[in-house]
Design a protein around this ligand. Sequence first.
Ligand code: CP
Ligand code: NVA
Length: 321
Amino acid sequence: MSLYGRHFVEMNDVTADELQLILKHATELKTKQKRGEPHRILEGKTLAMIFEKQSTRTRVSFETGMFQLGGHALFLGSHDLQVGRGETVEDTARVLSGFVDCIMARTYAHATVTGLAKYSKVPVINGLSDYEHPCQILADLLTIQEDKTALRGLKLTYVGDGNNVANSLIIGCVKAGMSISLACPEGYWPDSTIVQKSKQEAAKQSQTVEVTTDPSAAVKDADVLYTDVWVSMGQDEETEKRLKVFKPYQINSALVAKAKEDCIVLHCLPAHYGQEITKDVVDGKHSRIFEEAENRLHTQKALLSLLLSKESQTLSASRKN
Ligand code: CP
Ligand code: NVA
């Protein structure tokens, strides 16, 4: 098992065992960072970060993470790059990968990030595309594991838009041996191919993947409740329609009361209070939302270390059991 030199563009780019390895490595790095122990695994390495869309968490966690690992990160707004003036994704990937050790990209079209991966000589990480947000799910799973100890057999319920986060979450939960139910309005369901394939994978482990339009039914027996914005980046023109369609798909205290008593609530953030979630739930006792945000840092440091350092995985793998 080696993640060295690989891309992380979709949740399916890692196996269930590799996912566990990333989480284990993240825990190690988190402990080291909290104890103030040096872990300059990526001394002298550079990460290029391409952003077609805005970001708070992804940008700052990757940039800080590279710094803590002894490396360096470059912020590249797509308007500043020549790609904004028509240079091809192919040429951009070829050129950048001659300079840097890794490329992270936040894009509109998923094809842009897969295109970068196709032509890059160095690992490419998806920092969110319209189709998937795999880095987010690493942080989500670590947060759940920290609270519940073991992931296998837990039930997560996602309420809201069947978007990029939902797509990656389905794959991630199934890889972690969890069941997932999603409550989304008609017409806003997650990617049907992901749902179908994940149902088959889940069944092999006696777990389930269910999609419904009914939030109350979906949250029954849930260990984890999860939501994301009703209007993703790039969908601003649909705002008025979406605010109406998604109204019944809010995580509020009444919905939380229908899940397990010790359930935790997650949100990838940014949150829109009074839309997909209420402020009392974000600030309430079930919320692990800000722990989740912090875990972006620790899980991405683990990911970067494993993709960019051969030694990293040998160390982590040898401690696996
Ligand atoms: N959750 C997340 O990706 O946040 P940002 O958009 O701030 O990066
Ligand atoms: N679904 C949201 C996630 C933001 C982190 C979006 O794509 O805007």
